[in-house]
Design a protein around this ligand. Sequence first.
Ligand SMILES: [Zn+2]
Length: 142
Amino acid sequence: MGEGEEMNYKQIIINTLIIRDGDFCQICGRLFSDISPPEIDHIQPKSNGGSDLIENLQLLHSICNRKKGGKKFIRPVQGEHPNSLQKASNLSQNILEKANLFKKDLIKSTLQENNWNETKTAQKLGITRRQLHYFMEKNKLV
Ligand SMILES: [Zn+2]
């Protein structure tokens, strides 16, 4: 894996976690943009047998991550965090927009990797060629 690909992979994980959890730190509940960029953390530490699967990952501020150390941290149930209620409504809109942007980026980069071959791209993304083409037309990628 080249350096560029690694960066890309990390960014995809970060985007996926933002879509799942929102763009705030799972420990302090404050936005990443207010403090520092997100850092990927293992919920169950790797030293404790935690996996690299997305289910075991969350986003934290680096400063909150350091405070957490090697301890296991269970993220609060959605709605339980004091900040999550007030943010829930604009967040859901935010998440939808981000999810769409993320999807668009992913599809565009996969198309580029496959020299805009729609059949290969659809295969790689696990969707049908028809679905891909529909998405491309809708997002003016053609
Ligand atoms: Zn934090």
